[in-house]
Design a protein around this ligand. Structure first.
Ligand code: BJW
Ligand code: ZN
Length: 250
């Protein structure tokens, strides 16, 4: 089922209105309209020569900690300058309208939180936090440190961004909560994600296996598109506010 300029499918409007539990999975696409590059776009400009697998892995950090740290510093600055867009805000509004709402995000920015979303499961960590690779002490003021990468105040170990790199495990509790929310909801929305990176990419398929309708919002095709119950082909910042207005008149 496709999004058409004439409006949103009546069946989807009714489904949203009658859902007691909505689960949403977001990816980098929802923050693109805030000026935060998507994961693939983040390999642009100065960084175009590097493969994502060479920057977002523990091996890359071991090989060249300075390079990886500088890539994250550039992205952290973009996140700090960014503001939530109408897509983030529409999801915070949606949360107010339904009795149960679970927002699972792969994003490492804090834009959902700043938009006012409450029940957030962050699968891939937080780019604004750092932790020591040796003693695992967390810190938020590593940036005052003179070294690149900065060193741990306790043990002198290297500090790294508190994100989940390729080959690393996702936080167990968050992952379990995400799988449960995908299995137990009445409607699942997959927004602005390429549906390529596992295990997050499996979540909409888990919903489908449990006969839960899945809505995809993305201007491009993804491996989910052919299976999604409703495909709303467009930018999240345009589609989501319209969806929320059509269903709840807010
Ligand atoms: C818009 C838009 C607009 C644009 N509106 N939309 C099973 C099979 C095969 C491989 C594996 C497997 N299980 C595990 C793996 C290995 C690996 C993996 O998935 N590899 C794949 C590449 C195949 N997974 C892992 O290693 C995970 N760990 C794990 O499973 O541990 C156990 C294990 C290890 C090894 C083997 C087996 C098991 C960890 C994954 C961690 C991902 N981390 C990153 C980096 C985080 C830190 C950082 O940001 O630097 O997370 S990678 C990167 O991808 C980032 C993102 O959160 C994630 C997803 O990307 P996303 O959000 O989909 O963004 P993009 O850029 O790809 O797409 C943007 C989309 O938006 C596009 O579709 C656009 O069209 C759309 N868009 N504008 C709406 N306005
Ligand atoms: Zn330490």
């Amino acid at each position: 089922m496709e999004w058409d300029e004439g409006g949103i499918h009546q069946g989807l409007i009714a489904k949203l209105r009658n859902s007691n539990h909505i689960t949403v999975l977001t990816g980098a696409g929802i923050s693109a309209e805030s000026g935060v590059p998507t994961f693939r776009q983040a390999q642009s400009g100065l960084w175009a020569q590097y493969d994502p697998q060479q920057l977002a892995t523990p091996q890359a950090f071991r090989r060249n900690p300075r390079l990886v740290w500088e890539w994250y510093s550039w992205r952290r600055e973009l996140v700090n300058k960014a503001k939530p867009n109408p897509g983030h805000i529409a999801l915070a509004t949606m949360e107010q309208q339904v009795s149960r709402f679970t927002l699972i995000t792969q994003n490492v920015d804090d834009l959902h939180r700043r938009a006012g979303s409450q029940n957030i499961i962050a699968l891939h960590g937080d780019i604004l936090k750092t932790r020591c690779i040796d003693c695992r002490t967390y810190t938020e003021d590593a940036l005052q440190n003179e070294n690149i990468p900065p060193r741990c105040f306790h043990c002198g170990g290297l500090l790294r961004p508190d994100v989940v790199w390729f080959g690393e495990s996702l936080p167990t509790e968050a992952l379990e909560a995400a799988f449960t929310a995908a299995r137990e909801c009445d409607l699942f929305l997959s927004i602005g994600t390429s549906t390529l990176v596992e295990p997050a990419a499996s979540l909409p398929f888990i919903a489908l296996q449990n006969d839960i309708p899945v809505v995809e919002i993305n201007p491009e095709e993804t491996p989910l598109s052919g299976s999604a119950t409703y495909q709303l082909k467009g930018a999240a910042g345009k589609v989501l506010p319209e969806l929320v207005r059509s269903v709840w008149q807010v």
